[in-house]
Design a protein around this ligand. Structure first.
Ligand code: CTP
Length: 407
């Protein structure tokens, strides 16, 4: 379930061609369980009709401060008091300048000015031409809006409606949704750095073949996303997977276990939490043929020899920062049977404070999972749920343990 479920958001549209994305944003918010009250400026109505936004939000749209539907005729007060947040998307250059100066000559800016500062956060998604965005006046306004406590989202980069290319596009609806979810997630890992490994590794036999496994990387990516939402700075070292990078996460792609170890060692020095979800190949061919190994027609098979790969988790768990408690290590165990027995044994063997067990064949590639958390104090089951939800729960458990130094 989204952290947005049950929230009430006032979605404000100022004038900009990006308003078409706000229709999709409105729909996505409603789908996430949000009640959406749309407020539009006159300029916004040039780009999007109130009828469209009413149909998508399921509520009449407000466009005027003189709207007689409000019994006390104070839409700017009534609408802002009910909101968990006001989100202005698109926020035009003109609208941001108006916000900065306390302008209040139409309903949307009037409502932003009238909102209770301590209760109703204001989030704006800028949208404009690249020259307008880069203009010192806009950049100054953005800095001052931030100083005023207004949450200014990043802009996207790319082709613009005017035909130019650069910074200033409004974020896509799914990106804004992600930012809003992050905004409402408790920042239990604020100022912490989290390093996650995910996916399988690929151990080459020759230039066209190798050994790997069925790990999809979904659990690790979900954990990286959840950690970022919880306020952490997240680095994700990923084996070969077909997943998009969670927003705000730094991703490093690798192939083999040795490459994964190298990148982990390069980034773990400043991490506070290391979560090893990767299904690292235990062995690799002792040599990698430079050319494709050919069949010679005799029926003879190649004589492959294997050597053991480094154990990344065990190596990190033995580092001075882990041993001194500055780095909290979390291992995963993907088992096919006797989950609890193996998970407990693996926690001791890898010498980590927390080991998360799951049934590998049942979860590989799936969107949901069930976890069992094993630490020095005992066992906690996280019942069957989406990997995203489990990841959020696990991040909560990790944060609790760091704060209370349990395990
Ligand atoms: N792991 C690792 N490096 C390895 C092997 C495993 O970092 N070379 C990590 C995994 O990311 C996971 C944990 O160790 O967090 C356990 O991985 P798993 O494959 O379940 O265990 P193995 O150590 O490989 O033990 P076994 O194959 O006997 O189950």
């Amino acid at each position: 379930m989204s952290t947005l479920a049950g929230k009430h958001i006032v979605l404000g549209l100022s004038g900009g061609i990006a308003a078409f994305k706000s229709a999709e944003l409105c729909r996505a918010l409603v789908k996430a369980g949000v009640t959406v009250q749309v407020v539009m400026t006159q300029a916004a109505e040039h780009f999007m009709t109130a009828v469209t936004m009413q149909a998508l939000s399921g509520r009449p749209v407000y466009t005027s401060q003189w709207d007689p539907r409000e019994a006390n005729n104070m839409a700017h007060i009534n609408l802002s008091r009910e909101a968990d947040a006001i989100v202005v998307a698109p926020a035009s250059a003109d609208f941001m300048s108006k916000l900065l100066h306390g302008g209040a000559d139409e309903l949307l800016s009037l409502m932003c000015l009238a909102r209770p500062l301590d209760k109703v956060p204001l989030i704006v998604a800028p949208a404009m031409n690249r020259e307008m965005w880069n203009n010192p006046a806009t950049q100054r306004n953005v800095a001052l809006l931030k100083a005023d406590g207004i949450h200014v989202l990043d802009v996207g980069q790319g082709d613009q409606a005017c035909g130019e290319t650069g910074d200033g596009r409004m974020l896509e609806a799914d990106e804004i949704l992600e930012e809003l979810e992050a905004f409402f997630t408790p920042k239990v890992l604020a100022s912490k750095a989290v390093l996650v490994t995910a996916g399988p590794t690929y151990e080459a036999i020759d230039p066209v073949r190798g050994i790997t496994n069925l790990s999809s990387g979904k659990m690790g990516f979900a954990i990286a996303r959840a950690a970022r939402m919880a306020g952490a700075e997240v680095t994700l070292v990923a084996g070969p997977v077909h997943l998009s990078t969670p927003r705000g996460v730094t991703r490093i792609d690798v192939q083999s276990a040795r490459q994964m170890l190298e990148q982990v060692q390069a980034h773990v020095t400043r991490a506070h939490v290391f979560v090893a979800t990767a299904a690292v190949a235990d062995w690799r061919p002792d040599t990698q043929a430079e050319q494709k190994i050919k069949k010679d027609g005799s029926g003879a098979t190649p004589a492959l020899q294997f050597v053991e790969n480094p154990d990344i988790l065990a190596t990190v768990a033995q580092s001075p920062r882990a041993l001194s408690g500055q780095l909290f290590c979390v291992g995963f165990a993907a088992e096919s049977h006797d989950l609890l027995v193996h998970a407990k044994a693996k926690r001791i063997r890898k010498q980590v404070p927390l080991l998360v067990g799951n049934i590998g064949p049942a979860t590989f590639g799936q969107d949901d999972n069930a976890l069992v958390l094993v630490d020095a104090d005992g066992v906690l089951e996280l019942p069957h749920a989406s990997k995203q939800k489990l990841a959020m729960q696990l991040i909560g458990q990790i944060a609790f343990r760091i704060l209370n130094r349990v395990g």
